[in-house]
Design a protein around this ligand. Structure first.
Ligand SMILES: NC(=O)c1ccc[n+]([C@@H]2O[C@H](COP(=O)([O-])OP(=O)(O)OC[C@H]3O[C@@H](n4cnc5c(N)ncnc54)[C@H](OP(=O)(O)O)[C@@H]3O)[C@@H](O)[C@H]2O)c1
Length: 236
């Protein structure tokens, strides 16, 4: 049975990964900030364990690691999905991340903390569970990190674009340290209909399925790269 740990698993794309993985019969460890925010309908599934975790808190990550380790010796997938964008980061005051005249240092730092640094802190602590057998570290990035953004360019969005670009490069950097059995990639998940992107056109479970499919059709050239959900290499 495959085992997966997903951060930000209570809603949006993260929940899509949970639903896809449960449908596939995986052992699912759903990382959530607040377990009360999790859909009760899913909790009766015996393959699911809720793991409280705030990815910006080292002690919280350690506790999450210990809870997962109690139940499995190996993870096939670590999905660094939790992230924040202008609305979730700023309570709808987009200008403090999107307009140069109003940029707010602390909000920008928070976006780098959540989107770029925390995924590496999670990887650092979870690495012992990725040893031995083949594993994939999937870092959920965004087309917004690319100079060739396929979405309409509506604003600068300094914090989101730059913090996801940093995540892409942290993914490259991790290649120097990961053992050969651990493969990693950053990935643009599409335009996913979630709280972060209410006008999104893709369903979370479909995009989760496509992203896992990349690992089934794995090519060595993907390692460390920024990919699109359809398994093509995304231009940076
Ligand atoms: N939706 C899209 O079209 C789209 C496009 C490109 C990339 N992405 C990326 O896809 C990922 C998922 O996005 P989404 O659209 O599903 O967003 P979402 O609906 O806003 O969900 C964000 C998730 O991240 C969690 N989270 C935020 N900060 C956290 C923290 N410090 N610790 C733990 N969990 C935290 C949230 O938990 P709470 O519920 O506790 O707040 C929530 O579960 C993100 O990395 C996003 O940047 C999305």
């Amino acid at each position: 049975m495959k085992a997966i740990f997903i951060t930000g698993a209570n809603r949006g794309l993260g929940k899509g990964f949970v639903e896809y993985s449960l449908n596939k019969g995986y052992r699912v460890f759903a990382g959530v900030r607040n377990i009360l925010d999790f859909d009760e309908k899913l909790t009766s599934n015996h393959n699911l364990t809720l793991i409280p975790v705030d990815i910006t808190d080292e002690v919280s990550i350690t506790n999450a690691f210990l809870l997962v380790k109690k139940e499995t010796e190996h993870l096939d997938f670590l999905v660094n999905n939790a992230g924040n964008n202008k609305d979730s980061a700023t309570n709808n005051n987009k200008d403090i991340v999107c307009k140069l005249s109003q940029l707010d240092r602390n909000v920008l730092l928070d976006m780098f903390n959540v989107n770029s640094i925390s995924p590496m802190m999670v990887l650092k602590q979870f690495l012992p569970l990725l040893q031995g057998k083949p594993s994939f570290v999937i870092n959920i990035s965004s087309a917004r990190s690319s100079n060739k953004d396929e979405n309409q360019n509506t604003n600068g969005n300094y914090g989101y674009r730059a913090s996801k670009a940093a995540l892409n490069l942290m993914t490259v950097a991790s290649l120097f340290d990961l053992p050969p059995n651990v493969r990693t990639f950053a990935v643009h998940p599409g335009s996913v209909k979630t709280d972060m992107n209410p006008t999104g056109t893709d369903l979370p479970i479909d995009q989760a399925s496509k992203i896992i499919e990349i690992t089934n059709n794995w090519k060595d050239e993907f390692n460390g790269k920024f990919l699109r959900y359809d398994g093509t290499i995304y231009p940076l």
